[in-house]
Write a protein of this length. Sequence first.
Length: 146
Amino acid sequence: MTDLILRTAKSGDVNAIEICITSAYADAIRKIADMPDVASGIEGDIANRNVLVAEEGAQLLGVIIYGLKAGVMMVFNLAVVPQAQGRGLARKLLAAAEADALTAGLSVLCLRTHRLMGATRAMYTHLGWQEVEVTGNSVMMQKSVT
């Protein structure tokens, strides 16, 4: 078994990241009529935001896209391929964003998720996030970091 590594995404990772995100969100895409296109714009994200991938061997298992927005560290996307879910990859990817927030002198991370993504909301709650606003189908969550 090879070790899991987190690294900064490169432009050559776009296709693998799109596949990761699409597979991670497959159930939600199928079940939620107003689910936004969560896998578009990856090339721009790599150029303009923080994008980390989790790899084991040559296989991309997860990705987090985050960056500064309105004075907080905003998580724009987090995805782990279904076969790697439940292994703590989301926690590790989020911890990297938390560390970057602290390095930048920030104390809060925020994200938005869909109201109907109950398992996703439960995972974030389990990891210490709090729901702070629900507007339509959008749920704003935040986590204080110290």
